[in-house]
Design a protein around this ligand. Structure first.
Ligand SMILES: [Zn+2]
Ligand SMILES: [Zn+2]
Length: 202
C-alpha cells in the first residue's frame, strides 16, 4: 500500500517534452546502455536575471550515457549551454558558455533505492521516462558565476565619471582627494575585487 502511494506521488513526465528521455529500450537489463545526444531549445531563461543567464531560445547541448543498473537507470554526461552576462565591474556584455557534468541515478519505482531513500534525495523513473530538466537546471545554476567578469583582471569603471578604465589614460583622474580618503578608497576597491560571494564558501 505504501509502495502504491509512493509511485502515485511522482507525476508522469510528458514524453513529448524534449527533456524527457524514454529508457524503455534498455529493457531493465543491467549492463545495457545507450548514448543520447540532443539539442534542446531553452523555453525559459535560467540563471540570475540581469547578471548571467541562459536566454530563451538558446540551445542546450546534451551528450549523455544511459546505463541500465540493478536499481534503475544511471544517467551521466555533459550539458553545455550559451550564457549571456554583464561584467560586474565594467558592465560589458559577455557571451560565454557554461558546461556541467551530470551523474544521476533514476531509481525504479520498486527498487531498494527507492524504498530506502528519502523522497527528495533520489530521482525516479516514471513509466521508464527520465526527466532531465530539473537536474540540468540545478547543475547549471550552481555552475554559473555569481560575479561574472569579462576578464579576471577587469579594472572596471572610474567611480567618478563612469568610464571604463581600459579606455582611459593611465593618469586619468578627477579632482585631488585627501590622501587619507584615497587609502580608504583603495581598501574598499581591494575588498570589492575579491569577487567571491559571501555565502558561497560554506
Ligand atoms: Zn569587465
Ligand atoms: Zn573618471
Amino acid at each position: 500500500m505504501s509502495e502504491e502511494r509512493s509511485i502515485a506521488r511522482h507525476p508522469v513526465p510528458d514524453a513529448r517534452n524534449p527533456w524527457v528521455i524514454d529508457t524503455q529500450d534498455l529493457g531493465r537489463r543491467p549492463g545495457a546502455s545507450r548514448e543520447v545526444v540532443r539539442t534542446i531549445r531553452a523555453e525559459t531563461a535560467v540563471g540570475f536575471p540581469d547578471v548571467i543567464e541562459i536566454p530563451v531560445g538558446a540551445s542546450y547541448r546534451l551528450r549523455l550515457l544511459l546505463e541500465s543498473v540493478v536499481e534503475g537507470v544511471l544517467v551521466s554526461g555533459s550539458v553545455t549551454a550559451p550564457t549571456t552576462a554583464q561584467c560586474s565591474r565594467c558592465l560589458d556584455a559577455i557571451d560565454d558558455e557554461v558546461s556541467v557534468e551530470v551523474t544521476e541515478l533514476f531509481a525504479y519505482p520498486d527498487s531498494t533505492t527507492e524504498a530506502t531513500t528519502e523522497e527528495d534525495e533520489v530521482s525516479h523513473l516514471v513509466d521508464d521516462l527520465v526527466d532531465m530538466e530539473p537536474l540540468v537546471r540545478d547543475a547549471i545554476v550552481l555552475a554559473l558565476p555569481q560575479v561574472p567578469l569579462c576578464r579576471p583582471d577587469c579594472p572596471g569603471l572610474c567611480p567618478d565619471c563612469g568610464l571604463k578604465w581600459v579606455d582611459l589614460e593611465p593618469d586619468h583622474g578627477h579632482e585631488k582627494i585627501d590622501p587619507r580618503w584615497a587609502a580608504l578608497v583603495e581598501r574598499f576597491s581591494a575588498s570589492d575585487s575579491n569577487g567571491s560571494a559571501p555565502e558561497d564558501s560554506k
